[in-house]
Design a protein around this ligand. Structure first.
Ligand code: DX5
Ligand code: ZN
Length: 221
């Protein structure tokens, strides 16, 4: 494909018919399922856990599941999501006492591992552990809720992260999460992102395929 990954955030899906919603975005051209885990502790909201991830696998979902952990502590849930069929696990390094160990646990299980940076969190956490990082996820909103406005200075941060990744010589994905949709995806890609989370911009529209097609057209333009 074009090297761009579109990852709908099921946070904005209708949870009363989640299997159907996930099937629908995947046949509509999504690459990956973005799975937001919130614990009412690290962030002021409560969502879904490993049981739901396992249920999606049993439902027949074969696409990668991109688990975004907004929880503390981190490590117990990492093990649970490995068992539940996660493909990627990203976590906020400041929420883990031992980010290096957490990265190793994820990678030793054969999954892709990622670090997530809140809008104001500096990228310094990448400096030493970058060889264990497969995904750098920049939050372009404060985590906890869908439907928030994209924070503009994240574009500068994307360029900075892109530089760090290119300098590392490793094939690290640069993922962006929060307030992304057809109206700004091109600018976000031009700033260096290649993996795009979109929740309300996709699930808030009646025709998921039309919206995902629009996003791809913007990326190709
Ligand atoms: C926010 C979550 C996001 C959220 C994105 O804490 O990590 O994945 O669902 O939602 P939108 O695309 O609506 O900003
Ligand atoms: Zn997320």
């Amino acid at each position: 494909t074009d090297g761009f990954t579109i990852a709908p955030s099921i946070l904005s899906a209708n949870f009363a018919k989640l299997g159907e919603e996930v099937d629908n975005v995947l046949v509509s051209g999504a690459d990956t399922v973005h799975f937001d885990v919130m614990d009412n502790h690290y962030v002021p909201n409560l969502t879904i856990g490993p049981l739901v991830c396992d249920a999606l696998r049993k439902h027949g979902v074969t696409a990668p599941i991109d688990v975004h952990l907004m929880v503390t502590p981190v490590d117990q849930l990492v093990g649970d999501f490995i068992k539940a069929g996660a493909s990627y696990i990203t976590f906020h390094p400041e929420a883990s006492h031992h980010p290096d160990r957490t990265l190793s646990v994820i990678k030793d299980a054969g999954l892709k591992a990622g670090l997530v940076f809140n809008p104001a969190t500096p990228l310094d956490w990448l400096k030493y552990a970058i060889d264990k990082v497969d995904i750098v996820l920049l939050m372009s909103v404060n985590p906890g809720f869908g439907g928030q406005k994209f924070i503009g200075y994240t574009l500068d941060k994307l360029r900075e992260a892109r530089e760090i990744i290119d300098k590392s010589g490793r094939s690290i994905r640069l993922e962006i999460d929060g307030g992304v949709g057809p109206a700004n995806i091109r600018e976000v890609a031009q700033s260096g992102a290649d993996m795009f989370v979109a929740g309300s911009a996709i699930f808030g529209t009646p025709d998921y395929k039309e919206t995902i097609d629009k996003m791809r057209a913007e990326l190709a333009a």
